[in-house]
Design a protein around this ligand. Sequence first.
Ligand SMILES: NC(=O)c1ccc[n+]([C@@H]2O[C@H](COP(=O)([O-])OP(=O)(O)OC[C@H]3O[C@@H](n4cnc5c(N)ncnc54)[C@H](O)[C@@H]3O)[C@@H](O)[C@H]2O)c1
Length: 267
Amino acid sequence: MLARLREALFMRFENKVVIVTGAAAGIGLATCRRFASEGARVVAVDLQSSNLNGVTSELAAYGQDVLLFEADCSDSEQVRAYVDAAVEEFGQVDYLFNNAGIEGTVADIVEYPEEVFNRVLEVNVRGVWLGIKHASQAMMLTGGGAIVNTASSAGLRGASGMSAYIASKHAVLGLTKTAALELGPKAIRVNAVCPSPIETRMMRSIESGFGGEQAEIVRKELASRNPLSRYGEPSEVASLVAFLCSEDASYINGGIYTVDGGATAGH
Ligand SMILES: NC(=O)c1ccc[n+]([C@@H]2O[C@H](COP(=O)([O-])OP(=O)(O)OC[C@H]3O[C@@H](n4cnc5c(N)ncnc54)[C@H](O)[C@@H]3O)[C@@H](O)[C@H]2O)c1
């Protein structure tokens, strides 16, 4: 009995298939690990296959099937291709973690390069929109599923110097709510997570964007802005994503969930 309970609690994704974008590093990689550890077959999507090779060795311990797929999530054909590849390899798509994202640069709006603004919106907004568009069609074939979009605390407030990123993450929340309304009747739940700040390459880039050689000071300042006084780990975001995809979250749709140590609690 106890063993059965344990199994039900910790192997929530047996016979399920999850697509993770931005899978080669940071939050995406930690989420691949979490899903594989609970029995899912994982389709790991990222820009460069050379980076993706590390995913195989990271997940080897769990003995689950993994499909590596090189794609730019802002390109419609490539998004369609990663969904088709998932169906061809594993027969179905149950979950999409729409997570790939870029930070752009740090500059005030008057100085912000237009091409960087465009690229941030392409990856962070168009990429999420395309993922919902194509993966939801595959989910409908097998009766439903769940999508989790990675927004950010940057989707909940402004921040000087980060206009493109802030705009993109606000847009992800709008897309999440709209997709939840459109896809709920098809048994596809859509939710968003708002992490901040998490120990990944992206934060190193933002710290040096604000601080240059003083990046370490910026890091301490950012960590001190939440009541837990630390950065989060990618695995702490992965836990929330796994919960939102699981049956435990069967009535949760169109929700916006912070995972930020309480950083936005006082706003
Ligand atoms: N780290 C944080 O503190 C934090 C906070 C809030 C939100 N986020 C969001 O979490 C997500 C993951 O960020 P991370 O911190 O793990 O960053 P990261 O840079 O470590 O990982 C991002 C991954 O996405 C991939 N990627 C980038 N552009 C892509 C594209 N066009 N197509 C496919 N893959 C692409 C990269 O190659 C990389 O492997 C992003 O959406 C980011 O905005 C991060």
